[in-house]
Ligand binder design. Sequence first.
Ligand code: PLP
Length: 216
Amino acid sequence: MERIERAARRIGRDPSEVTLVAVSKTVESARIKEAIEAGVSILGENYVQEAQKKIEEIGRSIAWHFIGHLQSNKAKYAVSLFDMIHSLDSISLAGELNRRAEKEGLTMNAMIEVNLSGETTKFGTEEEKAFDIARRVLNFNHLTLVGLMTMPPYFDDPELSRPYYIRLRELKEKMIKEGIPLRELSMGMSNDFEVAIEEGATYVRVGTAIFGERKK
Ligand SMILES: *Cc1c(COP(=O)(O)O)cnc(C)c1O
């Protein structure tokens, strides 16, 4: 958290603009509780079932964000478990989330995951399709689009992530110009979150730098 603050101040951003999502996939509840005591207030999870168990054990005094690939058939669980979805990647998933949120009588916040590298191993939608999803979501009453998310290929050198983060910021600006209101950029992980903050990240998703290496 200190490193987030320093990175923000270095380029003249208010550190309160950057929110830490502590990525707790594969991490056990006892260790997550320690992190909460140390000040973590948002947890990021990749798998619905794993998160469900932890939410039962840990509770909702903190927020839970979903950052993994969400299958439409899990949307009904996701809307009641999570406070935010970072990984909206298709119109059909958007429709399903909206329908399920309406049934539950709530409104879900979501970001569109954009695949900027074209890597087929990565989830997320292409830039063009991101516009289609965004326009569709504008018509939904139970799904609110708040921003964009991306995950670049892994590089040892964090500077190599920078072009992807610049592109996501530019895509957000382009969407705003076309009347799609967006605030958030979810970008930056353990090895490159400082670069992401320099390029405008409002959420950084940090796992190993908080919890240590994950068990495979
Ligand atoms: C696992 C994961 C992270 C965290 O990665 P670290 O390198 O451990 O910080 C961030 N975002 C997504 C989408 C992830 O799956």
